[in-house]
Design a protein around this ligand. Structure first.
Ligand code: G16
Length: 543
């Protein structure tokens, strides 16, 4: 075996986005592309010498090849041990847990999350630090700077490791431990939830459908829901991870999880439905004829978390990303705990969780999680919902009605305008930035602007500032519109328009979401001149 220092040249497009580096798979297949990024990461963390890492992915096309590349580079960079899920598979929350459990120096997650997979679709890589969470901005920036000046990378000529056989292999000075992807994660879930109560719920005839979307949560859901908790066989559908996710988008929302939605909307549909994404960190929750928005799900979980053993002492605080609705704020107020509004990206929750300031976090983009790991966790959310339903003994629809009757309802919807020419999207954002200061007091359509800003966040723990995180516009009467450019797309720009309308508990809660949001939507379009700038006014995806 020999270690080689291979000469390389920088690529000019390796800036990590909201969640690591995401590109078309063929971009990653270019010679030296992955190697440059991995070496830039090793260099940014002070080298790999004597360090331990977790390396795995969601099984999408290129997963195995990328793992072999990283193992050879880890060896050449002096790592002492790498833990890999059998078959190269681990969900993102499971990686986070393993980093923490084994006190490793970090981990590489290979995934493009909810983006489709395949040779002509998307691939991605993200580095998580020793707290189990995505690298903070200071580190991703350092990695990016390194990618611009890299001149060589280290690798070795050892043979590929067989990832299918559990056990430890010695690669010269480095141990490679192949482990069961599910076992440790299931043990963690057992410490948080009342498995007996959930088992009783299923044995009482409670029915469920979990759509794993041909992605990583299949094996986890099968083992936990059907194997351990006694859900009927066949509860988990699309449960075998495939490199192209069955040709679909593994994105758990009513658009991409359409089959699940239509089953759940039937009169005799299952009691409870859920789906998770490519790498298992996102979730969708739906009851019989009752879709729960991610923002509402966060609020319900926070309000009822104490019913699960892991949170029986109550929660310390809640954090939500800025575009997420204010439903969780109302829960925090009632519980007398702090609520934090952070920029989009799970990495912004890390410091708050580490400092014990918050126990539960969530995002409108279908992510919820807690201090048990440092990633959002799709199956965790599903299990907490099941625990709550087992204790409260009511349907999802009734639970939502009860929640809104207590707190009022934050009607919410996200409109995505995809593959927009970057300059048009930038122009729209710049125009809003230029005029936001003069907006308060302006009448727009049938409403009036109460506040407007370009969201800036100062981390309360390390005081770092993240500016330009999206334009927030608040309207009279509880409406809010947020404009933001996606940081996870791989084609042109995606403009996200987030719409929210609060209605107090005494109001009629049966109005349709689109109707409740009509006024704020019209005002948002008018204030941004959206139709003229984008050349269309209909979004591609409404969730
Ligand atoms: C990633 C981050 C999330 C974030 C989302 C936003 O999700 O992990 O914290 O909410 O991106 O995406 P965008 O910038 O496109 O709005 P994931 O599931 O893709 O890793």
């Amino acid at each position: 075996m020999s270690i080689q220092e291979v000469a390389t040249e920088p690529f000019d497009d390796q800036k990590p986005g909201t969640s690591g580096l995401r590109k078309k798979t063929r971009v990653f297949m270019q010679e030296r592309y992955l190697e440059n990024f991995v070496q830039s990461t090793f260099n940014a963390i002070g080298g790999g010498s004597g360090k331990t890492f977790v390396v795995s992915g969601d099984g999408r096309f290129l997963n195995d090849t990328a793992i072999q590349t990283i193992l050879k580079m880890a060896l050449a960079n002096g790592a002492s041990k790498v833990i890999v899920g059998k078959g190269g598979l681990l969900s993102t929350p499971a990686v986070s847990h393993l980093i923490r459990l084994n006190k490793t120096d970090g981990g590489f997650v290979l995934s493009a999350s909810h983006n489709p997979g395949g040779i002509d679709e998307d691939f991605g890589i993200k580095f998580n630090t020793s707290n189990g969470g995505p690298a903070p901005e200071a580190l991703t920036e350092k990695i990016f700077q390194n990618t611009k000046s890299i001149s060589s990378y280290n690798t070795s000529d050892v043979a590929d490791i067989n990832l299918e056989i559990a056990g430890t292999t010695k690669l010269e000075g480095m141990a490679v431990e192949i482990i069961d992807p599910v076992a440790n994660y299931m043990e963690l879930m057992r410490t948080l939830f009342d498995f007996d109560a959930i088992r009783n719920l299923f044995s009482s005839g409670f029915s469920m459908r979990f759509d794993a979307m041909h992605a990583i949560t299949g094996p986890y859901a099968k083992a936990i829901l059907e194997g351990e908790l006694g859900a009927a066989e066949g509860t988990v559908v699309n449960g075998i991870p495939s490199p192209d996710f069955g040709g679909g988008h593994p994105d758990p929302n009513p658009i991409w999880a359409k089959d699940l939605m239509s089953v759940m909307m039937q009169d005799d549909g299952p009691d409870f439905g859920a789906a998770s994404d490519g790498d298992g960190d996102r979730n969708m929750i739906v009851g019989r004829q009752a879709y729960v928005t991610p923002s509402d799900s966060l609020a319900v979980l926070a309000a009822n978390a104490h019913l699960a053993p892991g949170y029986a002492k109550g929660i310390a605080g809640i954090a939500r990303s800025m575009p997420t609705s204010g439903a969780a704020d109302l829960v925090a107020r009632k519980l007398g705990i702090e609520i934090f509004e952070t920029p989009t990206g799970w990495k912004f929750f890390g410091n708050l969780l580490d400092a014990g300031k918050v126990s539960i976090c969530g995002e409108e983009s279908a992510g919820t999680g807690s201090d048990h790991v440092r990633e959002k966790d799709g199956l965790w959310a599903v299990l907490l919902w099941l625990n709550i339903l087992a204790v409260r003994k009511m349907s999802v629809a009734d639970l939502m009605k009860d929640h809104w009757a207590t707190y009022g309802r934050n009607y919410y919807s996200r409109h995505d305008f995809e593959a927009v020419p970057t300059e048009n999207a930038d122009q729209l954002m710049q125009n809003l930035r230029d005029k936001q200061e003069s907006l308060p007091g302006t009448k727009i359509g049938s409403t009036t602007v109460e506040f407007a800003d370009d969201f800036s966040y100062q981390d309360p723990i390390d005081n770092s500032v993240s500016a330009h995180q999206g334009i927030r516009i608040g309207f009279a009467g509880g409406g809010r519109a947020v404009f933001r450019l996606s940081g996870t797309g791989t084609e042109g720009a995606t403009l996200r328009l987030y719409l929210e309308q609060y209605v107090p508990a005494s109001s009629d809660m049966s109005i349709e979401t689109a109707v409740a949001l009509k006024e704020v939507q019209a005002a948002a379009h008018e204030v941004s001149n959206l139709a003229a700038l984008l050349g269309r006014s209909e979004p591609d995806v409404v969730t």
